[in-house]
Ligand binder design. Sequence first.
Ligand code: ADP
Ligand code: MG
Length: 371
Amino acid sequence: MTMEDARDFEPFDDEFVVPPTHRLPPPPSAITSAEREATEVLDAVVAAAAAGEYDELPPPADPAQWPTAALPEVAPTFLPAAPPMAAPINPPSSTGGGEPPDVVLDAASAAAIGLAGLHARNISAWFGDHLVLDRVSLDMPAGQITALIGPSGCGKSTFLRILNRMHELVPSATMAGEVLLDGDDIYDRRHRLVDARKHIGMVFQKPNPFPAMSIYDNVLAGLKLTGLKAGRDQRDELVETSLIRAGLWKEVRDRLRQPGGGLSGGQQQRLCIARSLAVQPRVLLMDEPCSALDPTSTRVIEETMLELRHQVTIVIVTHNMQQAQRVSQQCAFFLAAQGQPGVIVEHGDTEAMFGQPQDERTFDYVNGRFG
Ligand SMILES: Nc1ncnc2c1ncn2[C@@H]1O[C@H](COP(=O)(O)OP(=O)(O)O)[C@@H](O)[C@H]1O
Ligand SMILES: [Mg+2]
């Protein structure tokens, strides 16, 4: 069966296990070995961090030495080129800025300053034969923060990883559905894996800078994805801008050549945010970015997010209900009943989700009665 057939396939309403032949596999033709390699710089760190192998990583090469020649020529990109970043609406909080104004951009204003919305359509996901997400659809509006909430194991991380094509690199993982960035499906086989990563950045639960690499080089580490060859001045400027946007500049400006591993946990997480921002993504995904941090570092990251939200569309997974209320404008409640795949029970404006939830299960969850 062709990919188009797989896309058109409507899963059986009353079946959770969809026959394997109906799944949409990762489009193999779309992933060249060079692209796969190009995505590995960040993935390898993530895997090493997860396995506790931080210090066994060889010191990465100077980014200037990276084999950018191995990168595929990115054809006139399938996605509208990211416009120059909108100027931050507020000064970074670390410079003493006040409360961000509670302005939610409407779709027209968001589009006018080049922000992209992300729209997931009928996303299903499997690990082997195990269906873990069943036809989940969600609009994540441009210029807003969307929080994904719900108990452990209901598929939030899987959903997030599908939003930037990380899921398909897990052996045995398959998925179906569409993810539209600015209306264009990132899984369309005309598109490259590396483009999805470039436009849609990810920050993980455990801060994962290259510990032996300098702060400066850490910020530039993701540039391998873009194949951008920047001169010294451009690199300096990109490092500074990215660190300012991540709310870390003031703390590290005098020690850019020191190793990233020497920073505190909260600073490391902001360094990872800076690394993502340096690639100029249109969307930033964050999987429980504060759950390993103390309350003060958490507050700084939340302020950073609120400042970033008019520059980049943000999707965050959080188990912290107060955090979801503080930072997000949109909220989606995921739930997986015993032995069943995850679904979105309810989604909408965060205020309404917490104030007047429509579903009893949402009410119970946001009020801490389970999960
Ligand atoms: N790499 C994997 N291999 C097999 N099963 C997985 C893998 N990752 C997650 N799962 C399963 O998928 C389901 C959803 O997991 P996950 O997306 O991590 O949930 P959440 O982030 O909401 O806690 C769980 O049942 C989990 O055990
Ligand atoms: Mg998770």
